[in-house]
Ligand binder design. Structure first.
Ligand SMILES: *[C@@H]1O[C@H](CO)[C@@H](O)[C@H](O)[C@H]1NC(C)=O
Length: 197
């Protein structure tokens, strides 16, 4: 009787985890590689965080790398993790979930934008002022150039996504975030292992 109940709990947990897992791993094709995400080989250098599961290939990574290196000075390039994630957007394994290539939109989660911007997303930010950004051939002091995060995204798109526009959505929508979905899956797997022992 008691163990029957436990089994029901175990079974529902497994079903729930399965559901979460399928939600996290969307099986749409990647915009850049035009395939499902897979382990990068050869390894990516600039977007190395996507090496274990990538939506781009080496040539995309190289192009993204030269764009980041032009955008930020070499002293500043490693200082802003979210800017790196933003530039490496096309390599991230969740990219298909937040790209609509019919409407040419990329949807970012509000909490990601807040982390990137570092202050009220509807106001200018001074977070990047000591570094400056190079956009085209102009060097910009970000707080003087962009009145909001949206204004910034209108001028600075992830490399290889020209013609796209950036939208910002609440976190529960299909949107880009760097909260690691793979960690969630790993946790799920660990929980299943625990429950089935
Ligand atoms: C993508 O955009 C098109 C055109 O706006 C829309 O009809 C479609 O529903 C969108 N797809 C998704 C998955 O949101």
């Amino acid at each position: 009787m008691k163990s029957g109940m436990t089994n029901i709990i175990k079974l529902s947990s497994i079903l729930l985890i399965g559901l979460i897992t399928t939600q996290v791993i969307a099986d749409d094709l990647c915009y850049l590689s035009q395939k499902k995400s897979e382990k990068a080989f050869p390894s990516l250098i600039k977007c190395y965080k996507s090496n274990s599961d990538s939506c781009c290939v080496s040539a995309h990574d190289s192009e993204i790398g030269s764009e980041i290196d032009s955008f930020l000075s070499s002293s500043c390039v490693r200082r802003f993790a979210e800017i790196e994630f933003y530039f490496c957007y096309g390599c991230h394994y969740t990219e298909p979930k937040s790209t609509n290539s019919t409407a040419n939109t990329i949807t970012l989660c509000k909490s990601f934008v807040e982390r990137l911007w570092g202050s009220d997303i509807n106001s200018p930010t001074e977070k990047f002022d000591h570094c400056g950004f190079k956009v085209g051939s102009n060097i910009e002091i970000p707080s003087k150039k962009w009145a909001s995060a949206s204004a910034f995204f209108a001028d600075v798109l992830p490399p290889l996504f020209s013609g796209f526009s950036i939208q910002i959505a609440d976190d529960d929508k299909n949107c880009f975030n760097t909260a690691p979905g793979h960690t969630l899956v790993a946790l799920g797997v660990a929980l299943v292992a625990y429950l089935t022992v």
